[in-house]
Design a protein around this ligand. Structure first.
Ligand code: UD1
Ligand code: CA
Length: 456
């Protein structure tokens, strides 16, 4: 039986931020959300998140998780003090407690599982995750006795110069026998450089305490400042990209693109340089994104082509071509084999199949049928200054260049709109609408020049 506690009460002074440290994001997911996600995968009986600094903000950021409980640490007197707050919550609990720092979001679930197996099979009082760090600066150092059991953990700032040479570090991930830990917790002292209650001090009072080395030290990287945040993001990105390349996705220049780990790609997707895939995005087989495109919370079908464009909150069906310089935003649906071209903006619009909007248009709050052709410079005037109104353009209708469709307005099927029209009233099927003043030609008419004026 396992309960989980996540330490997320600290301010994160070294971030120099108004935002609590654990709410800083890697991709679109915060550090603490990532830690909570990996914990819940272990199906613990309880999942307790210790909050303190900007507690309400941290709680709010986790309101999507229903299986977690919050424990308040009103004063942040150290990691040991944080875990002391659990005492009333876990009174009588007889299982093991897994403790994780909320600022180590790169941990793999299998690493946690290995830690738990070692803990259970050896019936340890505590099992801690450790790593051999090439650069151990800033981490607590772990020291062993002759039986290779953990003797003590000494924080960097409390280390002697010799102790600092030790590169075996404490990852901040622990599994405790709760009955044993709960007896030690009240006895913690603050005789250290920071005058804090250190959780790490409990190991000297428990036995046996074993250490499990993580195979890939990058997993346990603790994020304390912006530089470590960037390093962690890079590690995460490398993982995500490597996985997609293994799964059959071509990434032309991996260093120039980013892919959130929430994105799903099918085989033979090609991602060209300077492209970014974010949020809940799904891209179908054979689609080619970029160069220079941003796709956000969107679902693209198969063989879609996006070139130098921004696509957000959109669903785009198979074979449609987008760009260069197209902007889709806010609830857009585009059918199969459409063409959306240069400087075309679509907002809250549903577009049928084989419809083309190739140049310089704004289509907002609109529904377009199949095989519609929108001429260059067409605008749906959807806003009267107070309210938004809908435009509907039915199958096979052709709108001439530089037309304004003043909503609310419906153009029926097979309508032709003459170029330069300002359409203010509905048009029935099979009609031509010309809504502009007629051209006037005056033969032999010429502007009087200054010379003509002075000679007369
Ligand atoms: C801690 C460990 C160190 C380890 C390192 C791994 C201690 C004393 N030291 O150091 O051995 O190598 O993690 O990354 O534990 N927190 C609270 N309440 C508090 C203080 C902190 O909830 O009163 C939370 C923070 O929000 C953070 C986590 O605990 O998520 C770790 O705190 P931090 O100050 O970053 O500890 P480190 O100095 O990194
Ligand atoms: Ca830390």
């Amino acid at each position: 039986m396992i309960a989980v506690a996540i330490l997320a009460a600290g301010k994160g002074t070294r971030m120099k931020s108004d935002l609590p440290k654990v709410c800083h994001t890697l991709g679109s997911v915060s550090m603490v959300e990532r830690v909570v996600q990996s914990c819940l995968a272990l199906q613990p009986v309880r999942c307790l998140v210790i909050v303190g600094y900007q507690a309400e903000y941290v709680k709010q950021s986790l309101n999507g998780f229903t299986d977690i409980e919050f424990v308040e640490q009103t004063e942040q007197l150290g990691t040991g003090h944080a875990v002391q707050q659990l005492l009333p919550y876990l009174d009588g609990f007889t299982g093991d407690l897994l403790v994780l720092n909320g600022d180590a979001p790169l941990l793999r679930i299998n690493t946690l599982k290995d830690l738990l197996v070692t803990h259970e099979t050896n019936n340890n009082a505590a099992t801690i995750l450790t790593a051999q760090m090439p650069n151990p600066f800033g981490y607590g150092r772990v020291f062993f006795n002759e039986d290779n059991l953990v003797k003590e953990i000494v924080e960097e700032r409390d280390c002697t110069p010799e102790q600092k040479e030790n590169r075996r570090i404490n990852a901040g991930i622990y599994c405790f026998n709760w009955s044993k830990l709960s007896q030690i917790l009240p006895k913690l002292q603050t005789n250290n450089d920071q005058k804090e209650y250190y959780l790490t001090d409990v190991v000297s009072h428990l036995e046996p305490v074993m250490a499990v080395d993580v195979a890939d030290y990058q997993e346990i990287l603790g994020i304390n400042d912006r530089k470590q945040l960037a390093t962690a993001y890079e590690i995460l990105q490398t993982r995500v990209k490597d996985d997609w390349m293994k799964a059959g996705v071509t990434i032309v220049d991996p260093n120039s693109i980013t892919i959130d780990d929430t994105v799903q790609l099918q085989p033979d997707v090609v991602i060209e340089p300077q492209s970014h895939l974010r949020g809940n995005t799904i891209i179908g087989a054979g689609s080619k994104i970029g160069p220079g495109s941003l796709i956000e919370n969107s679902t693209l079908g198969k063989n879609v082509r996006v070139l130098y464009s921004v696509v957000s909150d959109a669903v785009v069906k198979d074979g449609t071509q987008i760009g260069p310089y197209t902007h889709l935003r806010g609830n857009v649906e585009v059918g199969e084999s459409c063409r959306l071209g240069n400087f075309v903006e679509l907002k809250n619009a549903q577009i049928g199949n084989k419809t083309n909007i190739a140049h310089l248009s704004y289509i907002g709050d609109a529904k377009l049928g199949n095989k519609v052709n929108i001429g260059a410079g067409t605008i749906t005037a959807n806003y009267d200054g107070v309210n938004k109104h809908k435009t509907e353009i039915r199958d096979r209708t052709k709108v001439g260049s530089n037309s304004v469709l003043v909503a609310p307005v419906i153009l029926g099927e097979d309508v032709t709109v003459a170029a330069g029209s300002v359409v203010t009233e509905n048009v029935a099927d099979d009609a031509l609408v010309i809504a502009r003043s007629r051209q006037v030609v005056k033969p032999g008419w010429r502007l009087k020049s200054q010379e003509d004026k002075s000679s007369s």
